[in-house]
Write a new protein. Sequence first.
Lengths: 143, 143
Amino acid sequence: MLSITCQTAIKAITYIASKYPENKKVGLKEIAIHINESEHTIGKVLQKLSKLSLISSHKGPKGGFFISKTQHNLPLLLIVKAIEGDSYFEMCGLGLSKCSDKHPCPIHKDFKPVRESFRKFCAKMTIGDLYSDLNVGNAFLIG
Amino acid sequence: MLSITCQTAIKAITYIASKYPENKKVGLKEIAIHINESEHTIGKVLQKLSKLSLISSHKGPKGGFFISKTQHNLPLLLIVKAIEGDSYFEMCGLGLSKCSDKHPCPIHKDFKPVRESFRKFCAKMTIGDLYSDLNVGNAFLIG
DNA sequence: ATAATAAAGGACAAGTTTGTCCTTTATTAT
DNA sequence: ATAATAAAGGACAAACTTGTCCTTTATTAT
Ligand code: FES
Ligand code: FES
């Protein structure tokens, strides 16, 4: 399960990305309304993504958050790793210090493929992909 | 990702179950050593599983934890649900209040199958299955 | 019956994650 | 230049999870 912080990050970046076609920047207040989270909380997590250049931002009037064409093509994986930590997709399901075929925990054989399928999906899906269904009303960020 | 508490529960129950063939009860101290967790912490979580009859216990000298034949065949799913909550396998990956095909979040289409494959594995694997590899040295609870 | 043992249970302590506020810095428009 | 705007950043507060301790209760053996 992804942490609440990571879920917020994904929803926020999805909303920001959804304005990419119109080339519009969005502010914290606007994001807060559309993903139903506190402005402060969103600000905090976007700060982190911004520092890592996963999203872009401009200060001042007419400022806000937006994504570049390059960022538009970044995989969801980078956001998850940024928030959950780089080793998120290598962790043992039972908390052993290291997940390994040589020294497996009792659920390793079945857990690893599940974890791997989630990783693959995160690696394949881009930030751009996240909002396509949203913009045609086939996906939602609230509810 | 399963919570630390749930990981501890699974490791503890696996160790308890591993003594099922010998028909031996195990105490908190012994479990603590073999799964490398604090005795107190394990006691707390086993209390819960015991109350739900997912494991059995006897107080007093020669007491300890053990599993019955029926419990031996219970699916891992019940342990996970007991600790993480009944709706664990129905939760939206982005934290929407309800995961639904009709009102999906942007990752629903890909997330749901992953979640479902994890659920299926938990439903299929029994407590008895957990220790079989352990007892022949092909799986580990520590490291 | 008594003493020893071991889980059950309650209370609370520590640690981690999440959320809030306030000040600073950068940008824009006047 | 000045004022207004909006993100960046630091500090702290609240909530939740995890870990520890201590007392009670049940069981066993003497
Ligand atoms: S060792 Fe536990 S999941 Fe791989
Ligand atoms: S609605 Fe988000 S995972 Fe189903």
